[in-house]
Design a protein around this ligand. Structure first.
Ligand code: MG
Ligand code: ZN
Length: 222
């Protein structure tokens, strides 16, 4: 086997071991963990800002915001009312890995937390290979992107449980075909839950909130 493949395999199996550790720890505390993935600019931070504003009084949320550079997103989430917010600046790495999450979780008091949101680095490629110990991946796509993204990045769509289509207020202004994107996504993953919304115009968000409420309750066994 070539050396590079061997090293990569070793890295991923160590990552899987740490991710299983995280999953066990979060499950013990009955915390729902969601790993948000998308291209840069699809609206992960915006969706989390809206979610904080709407559900802060109802659910205790912890948020980890990953970026290659800057803590801008973490600052936005704090401003939006996030009480437990931690940035991860990867300094070059184009994805988060389980070791980074382990480091952050060690510093946090998770006893009262209901949901942990992990905003991954904007990238549809390698975040799909790095398990972070989440319950589910939520993949976002916005209407300013190509509707063939699920076909171009199948592994990400296959490994996600929810597809959020953001910026629906811009439908009709480009050749983005929302039915086409849904068909493409379901061809890759027939079980994908699809939620259409606009963070900017605040439409469709209630469906997302309701899904979060249901999943949180299920995780708590209520
Ligand atoms: Mg962001
Ligand atoms: Zn990467």
């Amino acid at each position: 086997m070539n050396k590079r493949i061997t090293v990569e395999k070793k890295v991923l199996s160590e990552n899987d071991r740490l991710a299983a550790e995280i999953r066990r720890k979060l499950s013990e505390k009955r915390i729902l963990a969601l790993n948000l993935v998308s291209s840069p600019g699809s609206g992960k931070t915006s969706l989390l800002e809206k979610t904080l504003k709407a559900l802060n009084s109802e659910l205790n949320m912890a948020l980890i915001a990953g970026d290659v550079q800057t803590e801008n997103d973490a600052d936005r989430l704090k401003k939006a009312g996030g009480k437990i917010v931690r940035p991860i600046v990867t300094g070059g790495a184009c994805h988060l890995d389980a070791k980074m999450i382990t480091g952050v979780l060690e510093e946090l008091d998770l006893d009262e937390v209901d949901i942990l949101f992990i905003e991954n680095v904007g990238n549809l490629v390698c975040p799909s290979s790095y398990d972070l110990g989440e319950d589910m991946k939520v993949v976002l796509i916005s209407t300013t992107e190509g509707d063939d993204k699920p076909l171009k990045y199948p592994s990400m769509f296959r490994r996600s449980s929810v597809l959020v289509i953001n910026k629906t207020d811009l439908l009709g202004l480009s050749d983005f075909d929302i039915e086409q994107v849904k068909n493409n996504a379901r061809m890759i993953n027939a079980d994908l839950i699809v939620i259409e919304l606009s963070c900017l115009k605040e439409t469709g968000l209630e469906t997302w909130y309701e899904w979060l409420r249901e999943r949180t309750a299920a995780k708590k066994g209520r």
